[in-house]
Design a binder for this molecule. Structure first.
Ligand SMILES: [Zn+2]
Length: 388
């Protein structure tokens, strides 16, 4: 009896030791391994490509399965309210991230209103500073460019907003917002919860400079933040206003996973992006074009639509269909992997592009809407629709 009790005690001690060792092993090796694994998709991920027309702009809201929210761009100046209304509609009370892809007015014009109108935890941009240079004390006559001296700026001209004044407003709102500032870093991943991961793909340094741009290209666009969103089997690319050179740089990284189910097409469907080579690598099923019915730049270009058709992608356009919403549960076992809905139905042909009011191939800077003439008073008939 005594012996058996002692034997039992030994067995318990061994068991306790084994359990202890097992527990330690799990804590030391098992837990880190579990944590390193991508979380399984849970719940619904939403991507809302907002309608910030009728001129042009980008603003895209991502709501993760756990409710984390990301706003990519804030539309043009005066569109902040449209964006804030959309946030309200989707019950977003606080933005975890606001990402400014590049400092052009049609992307950051509404940012000050958004930053003033809702709590934003983090602001990510590409670090390009387009703020207005400090004014030089009255330029002495005879110095500087003769052309500038011969054509003094009329006083009322100072009221016209420029790319730099829009940037100043964004930067001031960012400072006042108390949001944490983060410079975009390629390769950096943001865990949006529930298994959704947002990855920064670009811009990579050295940044493109103005003199490196091909005709019609724009360095600020070329240095846009490019993002990738993954959730289970779903994936989406956000190309900002990337130029073909941005695409070439991405394509040059052979190990970079660029395949995606859905792509937010670069630069509102500009002919200077969405190359055939990029589409071959991405193999998108769905292409979303954020553009405006009144744009005069010829967005989307017929050539881009043709390239998308050749790549077997379906097309959605905010100029004709309003807000475009993509929802996914990250897996397609019970049917479709993702669903795309639009705010409006259209009878117009999604595969017919628009034509530019002017040939901009010799321009390389930011082309303001006004550079193409005054805005129309009524919605103009679609130029390209009249052509075959
Ligand atoms: Zn743009």
């Amino acid at each position: 009896m005594k012996r058996s009790t002692r034997g039992c005690g030994c067995a318990i001690a061994v068991l306790v030791l084994l359990l202890g060792a097992g527990g330690f092993g799990f804590w030391k090796y098992g837990l880190p391994w579990l944590r390193s694994r991508p979380p399984k998709p849970s719940g619904e991920l939403q991507v809302h490509v907002l309608d910030v027309g009728p001129i042009e702009g980008d603003s895209i809201l991502i709501v993760s399965p756990t409710g984390k929210s990301v706003l990519i761009d804030a539309g043009d100046a005066g569109k902040g309210k449209v964006v804030l209304d959309a946030l309200k509609r989707y019950k977003v009370e606080r933005l975890d991230y606001f990402i400014a892809t590049h400092p052009h007015p049609d992307h950051i014009g509404g940012a000050d209103e958004v930053l003033n109108g809702i709590k934003v935890a983090n602001v990510i941009d590409n670090g390009v500073d387009l703020s207005t240079p400090a004014p030089e004390s009255a330029a002495p006559k005879g110095k500087g460019k003769a052309k500038a001296a011969a054509t003094p700026q009329p006083a009322k001209k100072s009221k016209i907003k420029t790319v730099t004044t829009f940037y100043d407003e964004y930067a001031a709102a960012l400072r006042q917002s108390g949001a944490q500032y983060i410079k975009a870093e390629p390769g950096k991943k943001y865990d949006l919860g529930g298994g959704a991961i947002l990855t920064v793909l670009g811009p990579t340094e050295p940044f493109f400079t103005k003199d490196q741009m091909k005709s019609g290209g724009n360095d600020t666009n070329a240095n846009s933040i490019v993002l990738r969103l993954d959730y289970g089997d779903f994936s989406m690319l956000f190309m900002g206003d990337a130029e073909s050179q941005t695409e070439e740089r991405l394509l040059g990284k052979k190990d970079l996973d660029l395949t995606a189910k859905v792509v937010k097409i670069a630069h509102h469907g500009s002919k200077y992006a969405t190359s055939e080579n990029l589409m071959k690598r991405v193999q998108p099923e769905a292409a979303i074009i954020s553009d405006g019915g009144w744009n005069r730049y010829g967005h989307p270009a017929q050539s881009v639509l043709d390239r998308l058709k050749a790549a077997n992608a379906k097309v959605w356009r905010t100029d004709l269909q309003g807000e475009v919403t993509i929802t996914t549960k990250g897996k397609g076992d019970s049917g479709k992997l993702y669903e795309i809905k639009t705010a409006k139905e259209t009878k117009e042909d999604l595969w017919v592009g628009r034509e530019a009011m002017k040939d901009d191939s010799s321009r390389s800077g930011f082309i303001a809407y006004g550079d193409f003439g005054p805005p129309p008073k009524v919605k103009p008939p679609r130029e390209s629709a009249k052509k075959k």
